[in-house]
Write a protein that binds this ligand. Structure first.
Ligand code: UDP
Length: 366
């Protein structure tokens, strides 16, 4: 049996790793799978794990109020080291670019345990955008033995950085595997009570580098757009970060047709997303999901590592200024917008939903 430890700490990691955990567990004559949760984002992580019925074997419970990135890195590193010492897995799998992924990879690296990096090779090459994630990704790649790149572009980035081709596997993105699981079967909040005479705009914003004046500009742009577009209804899952909540309430309270809701768990969220007419977001994962579904998306960032989605036309970069977001969104919402129609294209750029199978196959061969 090959003992594999899968480490995750945040909602997006759980969403993208649970399909792989389920696939590895399905091959239970080959793999002994241990799931380790760092608890970096407690509530949202737990609800994503629950949605896929995945129970962690270890819980580092590393989240503290007011924690700094260094506090968190230190706590995860120490606890991971104890667990790795006790369990001696053959592989440690991490996903993406969070503090949890970076710290777990570093702990495995110190113990010379081979690391598999899921969603390897994403880059903006701007060390502060996204921060500190761009550093985490590049640092994890330095320590990784097996790079599971979601796309050809990601593979090219890794090759350019000198990673050996024989260690890079193009698998597709496991988010598509997750969408296969969440979007089939029963609709949990059927139709979300969407009025049939309205177009639905889904809004999310909570990146660390957005919080502050940038976020306020995004929210003001949203308010202007809604006030000027009577057939628009907005669903806005408001992130748990208190600064985000304060800004959202200050700027949007009382504005008609904006429904500020608690962040839905992933199954409900994917169903809501699939009903959107337009998406405004600063999220990374939602850019991929929107590309898969072909829902036109205004990306409220200055750069994006989801270059495939940009090229396919589904995503458009608006920057973070109030005016930039306002103008692009208004253009896309205008009646019979040609730009909108050109963006409305589902695509397979992020894979076919079999990424977890490919990763498990590679781990079996090693
Ligand atoms: N998501 C969710 N509920 C919400 C908002 C987002 O389940 O209310 C999911 C979304 O489908 C995506 C992931 O969370 O898979 C994105 O998380 P986030 O934007 O926090 O992180 P990023 O992808 O930017 O790292």
């Amino acid at each position: 049996m090959k003992k594999v430890m899968v480490v995750m700490g945040t909602r997006p990691e759980a969403i993208k790793l649970c399909p792989l955990v389920l696939e590895l567990k399905r091959r239970n004559t080959v793999f002994d799978v241990l799931v380790c949760s760092t608890g970096q984002h407690r509530a949202m992580l737990d609800s994503a794990l629950e949605a896929f019925s995945v129970k962690p074997d270890f819980d580092l419970d590393a989240m503290r109020t007011g924690q700094t990135a260094s506090d968190l890195t230190g706590r995860i590193l120490r606890r991971m080291d104890e667990i790795l010492d006790a369990e001696s897995p053959e592989f440690v799998l991490v996903q993406g670019d969070t503090t949890s992924a970076f710290s777990a990879a570093l702990a495995a690296f110190h113990r010379k345990i081979p690391i598999g990096h899921v969603e390897a090779g994403l880059r903006t090459y701007h060390m502060h955008d996204p921060f500190p994630e761009e550093f985490h990704r590049q640092a994890i790649s330095l320590m990784t033995d097996y790079h599971f790149a979601p796309t050809v572009t990601a593979k090219r980035n890794l090759l350019r950085e000198g990673k050996h081709e024989s260690r890079i596997y193009i698998t597709g993105n496991t988010v598509v595997d997750a969408m296969r699981l969440t979007l089939t079967g029963k609709r949990p909040f059927s139709d979300w009570n969407l009025p049939s005479d309205k177009r639905m705009l889904l809004f999310t914003a909570h990146r660390k580098e957005s919080i502050g004046e940038r976020l306020c500009g995004m929210l003001r742009a949203l308010r202007r757009i809604v006030e000027e577009t009577p057939d628009l209804i907005v669903y806005y899952p408001v992130h748990h970060n208190p600064e985000v909540r304060r800004a959202a309430i200050d700027i949007l309270k009382g504005v008609p047709r904006i429904r500020m809701i608690e962040p839905p768990e992933i199954v409900s969220f994917h169903h809501l997303l699939s009903r959107a007419y337009l998406i405004l977001t600063d999220s990374g994962g939602i850019q991929e999901e929107a590309s898969v579904l072909g829902i036109p998306t205004v990306v409220m960032r200055y750069s994006s590592e989801r270059t495939e989605g940009m090229r396919s036309g589904v995503l458009k970069l608006a920057g973070c200024s109030e005016q930039g977001i306002y103008e692009l969104t208004k253009k896309l919402l205008s009646p019979k917008s040609v730009d909108y129609e050109m963006m409305k294209r589902p695509s397979a750029i992020y894979g076919d939903g079999n990424a977890s199978i490919r990763i498990a196959d590679v781990l079996m061969r090693i």
